[in-house]
Design a protein around this ligand. Structure first.
Ligand SMILES: NC(=O)c1ccc[n+]([C@@H]2O[C@H](COP(=O)([O-])OP(=O)(O)OC[C@H]3O[C@@H](n4cnc5c(N)ncnc54)[C@H](O)[C@@H]3O)[C@@H](O)[C@H]2O)c1
Length: 420
């Protein structure tokens, strides 16, 4: 392909970071789209391209693909429309919001064999996770037996004025298991395993925590999902969590050794057990070191999320140009996303086990084809769950007033930027 790949950006907040990753990979940003005109204008100034306000208009443009970065709970619908319009898709997290959407998305991608659907999960591309994948694939650590992944990101009431700008914004009601892909994706990509079943626990809404009980949030702050993987391994993850720390943590334990990194100094620690227990002579060999990218890829580190925002674009383009299977394809995308949905069902059902259907297998699809169970206050379904495990929560007047003040301040900053 000699001509530059022309992309449209749907959603002008997070979409701008992904667009910058696309530009660094030699793709062109031809249009941006956001129904919020101030935001669309700001993005068009930053990226030097025209804007449109409606998604349907974006899809009518002369573009090869779409960066789908609208609301987290509405990506499947946007991806399906893009594919139907003949556009490649780079979709933000989560891939699907219901099991029904998972089935529909998989089938929409299968119906468009000449188009690429790439799930833009960027956490597998932190340099440490790339290094742990290399170590695991060397084979010297042996069989994968246990893993951990966590994404800890408490959001203050002040920040929520921006990130959860309206009271009904998804960040204010999304149940604690749903934003899970940053936590599970690296483990899946390093080990090549997929989850087959989950059990989950949610730490209930904490009324004493100012960032939760004192805010407009009506969801819970933290959950733990235990995943049974297809090779028998167990994985414990913390989806987006409000525990007091910040950053991410991954651990891969195998038959002959383990490796991990965390919020501390970001170094990888490996511990090797290259011996059998009965004849054990040596102590385990441990090592701690900083992972590095090769010189020709260091450019990636200028981009957000440890280079992840560069690499999802790199591999998206690679799949378009070569016709090879996308590194994170739709099946992996829905596997990563469904554990949050099934995890919430588990948490609401005494932590019972819920399966993660393998939608690569057509026979597994009919059971979930009409399963639109979801916690979105605006989207009807049978047996509607509340966003919190403790039921309906009403924010206090003080929290509503504080949020209104903070989101107005954020809005003013956006207006000032548009007028500058
Ligand atoms: N992978 C990462 O590291 C990472 C980081 C931040 C956000 N995200 C993801 O990016 C997505 C966007 O998050 P965000 O932080 O930018 O906030 P957001 O969800 O508030 O932003 C979405 C934007 O899309 C626009 N939009 C939504 N529906 C639209 C429609 N029908 N037509 C036109 N415009 C529409 C909104 O006006 C808004 O500006 C989410 O899925 C989030 O999970 C991922």
């Amino acid at each position: 392909m000699s001509k530059k790949i022309r992309l449209g950006v749907f959603g002008c907040r997070r979409g701008i970071s992904l667009a910058n990753g696309a530009l660094s990979n030699g793709m062109e940003i031809a249009f941006v789209c956001d129904r919020d005109e101030i935001r669309a204008k700001n993005a068009s100034k930053k990226l030097g391209c025209p804007y449109v306000l409606e998604y349907e208009k974006l899809l009518e443009q002369d573009i090869d693909g779409v960066i789908v970065a609208n609301y987290a709970t509405e990506h499947a619908f946007a991806a399906k429309l893009a594919l139907a319009a003949g556009k490649h898709v780079l979709s933000e997290c989560m891939a699907c919001f219901t099991l029904q959407e998972a089935v529909e998305l998989v089938e929409a991608v299968e119906a468009a064999p000449n188009l690429v659907y790439f799930f833009a999960e960027n956490y597998p591309f932190f340099v440490q996770n790339i290094e742990m994948k290399r170590l695991f694939e060397s084979g010297s650590f042996g069989k994968f037996t246990y893993g951990e992944g966590e994404y800890v990101h408490p959001i203050s009431r002040d920040e929520m004025g921006e990130l959860g700008e309206t009271v009904g914004h998804w960040r204010n009601w999304l149940p604690a298991t749903y934003y899970c892909t940053h936590s599970i994706a690296p483990v899946m990509m390093i080990t090549g395993t997929r989850p087959v079943a989950v059990n989950a626990i949610i730490v209930p809404h904490d009324f004493d925590d100012l960032s939760i009980g004192g805010s407009v949030r009506v969801n819970d702050g933290t959950s733990v999902i235990l995943c049974k993987m297809d090779n028998g391994a167990a994985v414990k993850i913390l989806p987006w969590s409000s525990v007091r720390d910040h950053g991410q943590r991954y651990r891969i334990c195998c038959a002959k050794g383990s490796m991990e990194w965390n919020q501390g100094d970001g170094q990888i620690r490996i511990s090797r057990w290259d011996h059998d227990f009965p004849g054990m002579e040596d102590k385990p060999k441990s090592k701690k070191y900083a992972a590095e990218l090769p010189d020709d890829l260091k450019e990636a580190l200028k981009h957000g999320h440890g280079g992840g925002d560069f690499f999802v674009n790199y591999w998206f383009k690679h799949a378009i140009v070569t016709g090879e299977k996308p590194l994170i394809d739709v099946y992996k995308g829905v596997d990563m996303s469904m554990i949050g949905i099934q995890g919430y069902r588990s948490a609401l059902n005494n932590s019972n086990t819920f399966e993660i259907p393998d939608l690569r297998i057509k026979a597994n699809r009919d059971k979930y084809r009409n399963d639109n169970w979801n916690p979105d206050p605006e989207k009807p379904c049978d047996n509607k769950p509340m966003p919190s495990v403790i039921g309906k929560i009403k924010p206090s007047q003080e929290a509503l007033d504080y949020h209104a003040k903070k989101s107005a301040e954020y809005r003013q900053r956006e207006i000032d930027a548009a007028n500058a």
